[in-house]
Design a protein around this ligand. Structure first.
Ligand SMILES: C[S@@+](CC[C@H](N)C(=O)[O-])C[C@H]1O[C@@H](n2cnc3c(N)ncnc32)[C@H](O)[C@@H]1O
Length: 247
């Protein structure tokens, strides 16, 4: 990219937790000016959510390309996809295009985008636009503070081992538990053992029409159908040991 050739650029944008009007003004402006946008697609419909959030901001002239990150494949297959996506993005930028790439919430928090970033070596043609994280939105919607004064806040994925999760619960005043989905029974048990249920709430699909909030995880079962049928992949638990939950 030198001489008089049109300089391309890659914009990686966080599109927030779900509601279309929770994206940044900067992301909305960039989205309206793109030559091409790469949007995630997934079998479960979970990933196409990012595209539905930003659809209204796209120019009709923008080419829409979809890609599918293999969530359940082995590491070699995943790496092959990350290499391919990184290469495609680079080639598009080198050809002088304004390229967009979107992720849910914030791109730098538990996002597959980071594996692409690792393959790029911080180029000058890359701009990352932050997004509102799911836990910021949940804190606001539920009116439960994330942390204040000298409290500590841990953000942890429930894919971590039980020992790591337990240490986080013991060592911090405030804890955000992400990717709760398949570990819900274990998490509820840990919260019960450490007397934290009265300080915890869980929210699924925050800021979407399907949003649900559980403020009493001790006595409130999800439903007769059971947690495994009921719980959205987009479920997060907030714990604040110094905050009394209103029911
Ligand atoms: C792959 S991580 C993506 C995190 C995202 N980059 C962020 O900034 O929030 C997916 C996890 O984020 C959380 N999450 C994302 N969107 C959510 C929503 N609308 N409501 C509740 N939790 C959400 C869930 O814990 C989910 O398992």
């Amino acid at each position: 990219m030198n001489g008089k050739a049109k300089a391309g650029k890659l914009y990686v944008m966080g599109v927030g937790p779900g509601a279309s009007d929770l994206i940044t003004v900067r992301a909305a402006r960039i989205l309206s000016e793109l030559d091409v946008i790469y949007t995630p697609t997934g079998k479960k419909g979970a990933q196409s959510l990012a595209h539905s959030i930003i659809e209204e901001y796209l120019s009709p002239k923008t080419e829409v390309c979809t890609y599918h990150f293999l969530m359940k494949a082995d590491m070699a297959a995943k790496k092959a996809v990350w290499n391919e996506v990184a290469q495609t993005l680079k080639e598009d930028v080198i050809s002088g295009r304004k390229v967009g790439f979107i992720t849910l919430g914030d791109p730098m928090l538990f996002s597959t985008w980071v594996f692409i970033l690792e393959r790029m070596n911080s180029p000058s043609w890359l701009e990352i636009v932050p997004g509102i994280t799911s836990f910021s939105a949940i804190s606001a919607v539920s009116m439960m503070p994330l942390a204040m004064e000298d409290q500590t806040l841990a953000v942890i994925s429930c894919t971590a081992s039980e020992a790591v999760l337990e240490q986080a619960l013991l060592n911090h005043d405030c804890i955000v538990l992400m990717k709760v989905y398949s570990r819900f029974p274990l998490i509820r048990d840990l919260l019960h053992r450490h007397n934290l249920l009265e300080h915890a709430l869980m929210m699924a699909d925050a800021t979407l029409p399907t949003e649900r909030c559980w403020r009493d995880l001790a006595t409130q079962p999800l439903s007769e159908k059971g947690w495994e049928n009921e719980l959205s992949y987009f479920s997060t638990i907030l714990i604040n040991k110094n905050w009394k939950l209103s029911k």
